[in-house]
Ligand binder design. Structure first.
Ligand SMILES: Nc1ncnc2c1ncn2[C@@H]1O[C@H](COP(=O)(O)OP(=O)(O)OP(=O)(O)O)[C@@H](O)[C@H]1O
Ligand SMILES: [Mg+2]
Length: 329
């Protein structure tokens, strides 16, 4: 279709008002997730193995504010570890954007990636043996990340390193274990040392993939308390993948991942009633993505037999979703 001269000039020469709007938009620093500790936008990770493609992350959106303590939950294979290894700088997404503490995870060079893993994020694996070097004592394991950092990158002197090791061991109540090697420690003690190792260079973000998965529930509680301590005392942003309902039930925010996307989250708030009694108010939300998509809970859809197509209406302060009433078309 041909445009008239007026239409063409309108395309070529924007009005003064349009120009002003564009200038304002360009000057605004409010990019998606700006200022958040972690921001993932339309994150995709496709694995190709033996000719089969697996879409582990399918356009995942997630923002986590600085200083938050967040649990990530979801069925096996939903993409939790894939997300965490990307955030840890151990894997690179296929598409999308991911920013952690201002670092762009898709644009980093190999050298920047190394610095990122050493200084910006601490990581804890589920397998206790994977987190520590077996031939070093607990104190030596904790000192190692500081030694690897190198003088030019702002590494502490030997004396200050020793003080930092002592400080971390005290905070995590493992002072008496300083000279033991990992095989002389229980699983729970190893994980507490692992948290100290991950925190050695004081990273702003701490990530843990099922850190209590190999432990009994009592020990898991102690480890979880250590994460809380780190979050509270050092202001570190903490993200824990867990299957443990006890952990998921104690954090302020639990994010659920389903089929490679964030699907719902539970927020918990402490509220005080008129008698001064405190109670925890818990509410589940589903995610609304940037294009307006919502993943409705399967149990709700099944209860009303909704599938394929639904009727959506706007009410004064909510949106109504009803089963399709035009059957057969
Ligand atoms: N390296 C890989 N090569 C091929 N497929 C992979 C790879 N890593 C993960 N996947 C696939 O990606 C999907 C997501 O896996 P992921 O490990 O992230 O799940 P998860 O939520 O951590 O599960 P779990 O709770 O069992 O640990 C799965 O279908 C998995 O088989
Ligand atoms: Mg996993």
């Amino acid at each position: 279709m041909k445009s008239t001269p007026q239409e063409r000039s309108a395309v070529e020469a924007p009005s003064l008002q349009e120009l002003r709007q564009r200038a304002l938009a360009a000057a605004s620093p409010k990019a998606y997730g700006a200022g958040a500790a972690i921001a993932c936008d339309r994150l995709v990770r496709i694995f190709s193995a033996e000719g089969i493609e697996v879409q582990a992350l399918q356009g995942l959106e997630l923002t986590i504010q600085q200083g938050d303590l967040v649990a990530l939950v979801g069925a096996s294979g939903s993409g939790k570890s894939t997300l965490l290894t990307i955030l840890a700088g151990l894997d690179v997404p296929t598409a999308g954007t991911a920013t952690v503490a201002g670092c762009d995870l898709l644009e980093m060079s190999a050298k920047e990636r190394l610095r990122y893993r050493r200084e910006v994020v601490g990581f804890i694996w589920q397998q206790t043996a994977r987190n520590l070097l077996p031939f070093l004592t607990a104190a030596e394991n904790i000192a190692l990340p500081m030694q690897l950092r190198g003088r030019r990158a702002g590494a502490l002197g030997a004396k200050q390193q020793g003080a930092r090791v002592a400080e971390l061991m005290e905070a995590l109540e493992i002072g008496e274990l300083a000279h033991r090697r990992p095989n002389e420690l229980s699983g729970g003690q190893q994980q507490r040392v692992a948290i100290a190792v991950a925190m050695a260079n004081n990273p702003p973000v701490l990530l843990a993939d099922e850190p209590t998965g190999e432990l009994d529930s009592e020990t898991a509680g102690v480890i979880f308390e250590s994460f809380r301590t780190v979050n509270r005392e050092l202001g570190t942003t903490v993200v824990i993948v867990t299957h443990d309902p006890m952990v998921a039930g104690e954090v302020r925010r639990t994010v659920a991942i389903r089929d490679g996307r964030t699907s719902s989250e539970v927020l918990r708030r402490t509220v005080t009633d008129e008698h001064g009694e405190e109670s925890v108010n818990e509410r589940e939300y589903v995610m609304l993505d940037r294009t307006g998509r919502v993943q409705l809970p399967v149990k709700f859809l099944e209860a009303l037999g909704m599938e394929h197509r639904v009727a959506v209406d706007l009410a004064a302060d909510h949106i109504e979703v009803r089963p399709d009433d035009v059957a057969g078309s």
